[in-house]
Design a protein around this ligand. Structure first.
Ligand SMILES: Nc1ncnc2c1ncn2[C@@H]1O[C@H](COP(=O)(O)OP(=O)(O)OP(=O)(O)O)[C@@H](O)[C@H]1O
Ligand SMILES: [Mg+2]
Length: 254
């Protein structure tokens, strides 16, 4: 199957700082891929290249067979409808209700009737277990509830590609588990309907390894390991940083 996302020799620098250094890798369609790496190594920069918010200095980013930078600005904005994104902070509109937050992208990008919008929003809120919070505003919700609203909003347009930037950072272990489960279930539920590709950016090794089909490790501007969780557990990768990054994470599970 054709990969959903391809990085072809992508380089990105800010001044003299090379953040992505000739990166090539593929994200398969219909799977859940986790991009791991220490803080400040370029994970968010990588994500911004996937949705075409940043342009590579060199190389290409191909999404669903389309070179993002061969499109006009208008076409690229239109193309972004394929994406749903859960921001690290959830990035909800503070003065809007939960309903209006989730309805927002639907109103922006479709001409559905009010009734159709309502039924879509309700369906998504049910998926994240928040239909009772529909009339609350963000300040009346817990952190984990806000993330779930962010997730409902991300999936509102039934995107082909879901991007999550550090969905569990700053959450307690129980909430981390519940958000991971939600990401996993969303992948499975939507997958049956329209084959979703999910990309989770994280530095949380343990929780993300449980949900990943494929793991990509970013270090010093390069992909130093790319494979299934088992490949990591079985010591397939020899780069010394792979061992260092994973130290203490698998021994207790084996
Ligand atoms: N717009 C920008 N202008 C200049 N430098 C930037 C810009 N965006 C990111 N950087 C730099 O690129 C590097 C990678 O940043 P990025 O946000 O991708 O890290 P990250 O891996 O997501 O880290 P974290 O895990 O802490 O979120 C950092 O050194 C950052 O300062
Ligand atoms: Mg980041």
């Amino acid at each position: 199957m054709q990969p959903m996302i391809q990085f072809q020799n992508v380089t990105k620098s800010f001044g003299t700082q090379v953040v992505l250094n000739h990166i090539s890798f593929e994200i398969p369609a219909g799977k859940l891929t986790v991009i791991l790496g220490p803080s400040g190594e370029g994970k968010s920069v990588l994500l911004k290249h996937i949705i075409g918010l940043m342009k590579p200095d060199e190389g290409k980013v191909i999404v669903d067979g389309v070179d993002l930078w061969s499109l006009s600005d208008k076409e690229r904005t239109e193309f972004r409808k394929k994406f749903g994104m859960l921001f690290q902070s959830a990035a909800l509109f503070d003065s809007m209700t939960v309903f209006e937050n989730v309805a927002f992208p639907i109103r922006e990008h479709t001409s559905l009737s009010e009734e159709e919008i309502k039924s879509k929003v309700l369906e998504k809120l049910k998926m994240v277990g928040l239909e009772k919070a529909i009339d609350k505003i963000p300040s009346e919700l817990s952190g984990g509830m806000r993330k779930r609203v962010g997730l409902a909003r991300a999936i509102a347009l039934e995107p082909k590609i879901l991007l999550y930037d550090e969905p569990t950072t700053g959450l307690d272990p129980l909430m981390t588990e519940s958000i991971n489960q939600l990401i996993y279930e969303t992948q499975k539920k939507l997958n049956g309907q329209n084959s979703v590709t999910s990309v989770v950016i994280s530095h949380d090794v343990e929780s993300t390894f449980r949900v990943a089909d494929l793991v990509v490790l970013l270090y010093r501007g390069q992909i130093i390991a790319e494979g299934r969780p088992d490949d990591f557990k079985n010591g397939k990768f020899t780069h010394p940083f792979v061992k260092e990054f994973l130290r203490g994470h698998f021994e207790k599970n084996i």
